[in-house]
Write a protein that binds this ligand. Sequence first.
Ligand code: GDP
Ligand code: MN
Length: 377
Amino acid sequence: MKIHEYQARELFSAAGLPVPDARVARTPAEARAIAAELDVPVVVKAQVLTGGRGKAGGVKLAADPDEAEAAAEKILGLDVRGYIVEKVIVAMASDIATEIYLGAIVDRQSRSVLLMASAEGGVEIEEIAKTNPAAIIRVAADPATGLASHQAREVGFKLGLDWPQVRQFDSIARKLVQTVVDLDASLAEINPLIITPDGELRAIDAKVNIDDSAVFRHPDLAELRNPEEETGPEREARENGISYVNLDGNIGCMVNGAGLAMSLLDVIQLNGGEPANFLDVGGGANADQVRTAMEIILDDPAVELVLVNIFGGITRCDDVAKGVVAATQELSRTVPLVVRLVGTNEVEGLQILEEAGIAAHRDMVDAVRVAVAGVTA
Ligand code: GDP
Ligand code: MN
C-alpha cells in the first residue's frame, strides 16, 4: 500500500524523525493562507502516489504567500507520471548544502531490514543502482534488535559526515529502520535527507510503503489507504479476497491457486499467447467468487477470451462450474470461454458445463492451445 508524502511525514514525525512543518492545501488560496501562517519561505509540493515530482514540475520554492499561491496554481491539476495532482503540501523550505539518499527496506535475501544510503541524494535509488552501484552503502539490521548504533555510525562516516552530523544520522537511521519494523512497512525512504548549511540533518521528503498483507494489524494505517492507488477491479478483487494483477495481453485468466496461476501465465506465453491478467480466486472458491472474478477479468476491454484453469482440491469443480455458468448468463459482456477443469467433483462440474453448452478440457496445455488459437496474435 502506497501513501502520500504528507501521510508519511506524519508517521515520520511521530517516530521522532526531523521533518519540517507542512500542511495540505487543495486550492491556491489555501496554499497562500498556509504560507502566510508559516511566515517563512516555503516549498509547494504535489501530493501524488509516485516519485519524480521534482523533474515533472511538481515541486516549487516560494519566497512569500503570493509565490506560494502562484506555485499551487501551477501544480494543482498537473499530470505527474499519470497522476493528476489534487492536493499539494506547503512546507517550510530548507537551505540545502548536501542531499543524501537514505532508505530502509525488507530484504528477503539477507532476512533483515536493509539500510541503504548514498551521497547521491535526490536521485532515485534505482537510478543510482544502475549508473553507480558502488555509491550505495548497505547495512543489514537485525529485525529483532533493530539497527545498532555502531552500524549507523559507520554508514555516517562512509557518507563523509562529520561527528555532529554522524550523531544526528545515527538517530535518524535507527528510527527509520524501526519505522519499517513497527509499521510493517516494506519500505521507508528519505530522499533527500539534507544537511543544511548549519549542519542540521532534515528529512525533506518522505515515502512509506506498507506491506499489504500486514495492513490488517494496523487499523490506523488502513485508514490511510488512497482510493486512487487501485483501479476499480483491483479494489473489488482485494475486497473479495481475490488476487488480481492486470497485464498487457488479451487472454483473461481465472485460476485457483497462485502457483497454478503463475504456471498458466508461463504456458500461455510458451505457446505464443499473452495473458491479460494474473488471477487467483483463492482456495475453496465458491460460485459467487468465481462470478465476481469473471466480472473483474471482463472489466479489461483488452480481454478477448477467458481461460478458466481449475485444479479442484478444496475448491469443488461443481461450484466453479456453477459460477462460470452464472457469469455467462448474467454478465452483460460475453467472450469465448475455454475451460480446463479437473479434481474434486469434476464429473458433476463437467456435467453442469455441458448442460450449459460449455466444452471443457482436462489437460491444461490442450486448453491453452485452444485459447491461444482463439485470440488475435
Ligand atoms: P521527488 O522529486 O518526488 O522525489 O520530490 P522531493 O521532495 O524529493 O523534491 C525534489 C527536489 O526538490 C529535492 O531533491 C530538492 O532538490 C528540491 N527541494 C525539495 N524541498 C526543498 C526545500 O525545502 N528547499 C530546497 N532548496 N530544495 C528543495
Ligand atoms: Mn524525493
